[in-house]
Write a protein that binds this ligand. Sequence first.
Ligand code: HEC
Length: 151
Amino acid sequence: MPYLAAVRRSVTVFCSHVKLPGILTALLASALITFSGEQAGSTEKWTAPAAEARKKNPVAVSESSLAAGQKIYVKRCLACHGKTGNGDGPDAADLGIDPAKLSDPVIRQETDGELFWKITVGKKPMPNYGTRLSPADRWNVINYLRSLAKK
Ligand code: HEC
């Protein structure tokens, strides 16, 4: 993982700078790696509560909704989820994280309500957008995600 390699490298650089013995360098590096491993998110399945999943999207798919959704996506989501929703944005590699493939057919099987809930509450390392985006903008970005999944 490039992130862990980077951590190890920076710890080594830091320690050689302050002239710590090699054993301490190794201990510090492994402590940091254990810690960052916990930050990287779990692999267990993420499911929305049933009541949330039933919520209907009040924003119809239209040129203006897709344009608004695309604008939000490019600004807020692309860095992790990638230009085409492939989970390969530049931050994904830098942070050593594994963002969901939003272009994947499994996303198509999720309801808009499920996606809305996930975007609203977030899940480390993904931020929550409940206060960062208006409800209408969260629905707009979902309409845009649907257009990625169709390709
Ligand atoms: C810091 C990186 C990051 C950013 C920014 C980010 N995400 Fe995510 N996203 C993730 C990660 C990582 C996951 C996987 C979480 C998990 O399942 O553990 C995820 C999961 C998701 C999921 C759930 C997919 C599923 O499994 O059902 C949706 C939907 C989603 N993101 C949409 C968005 C949208 C929309 C934005 C922008 C408004 C966004 N994300 C911004 C990292 C990010």
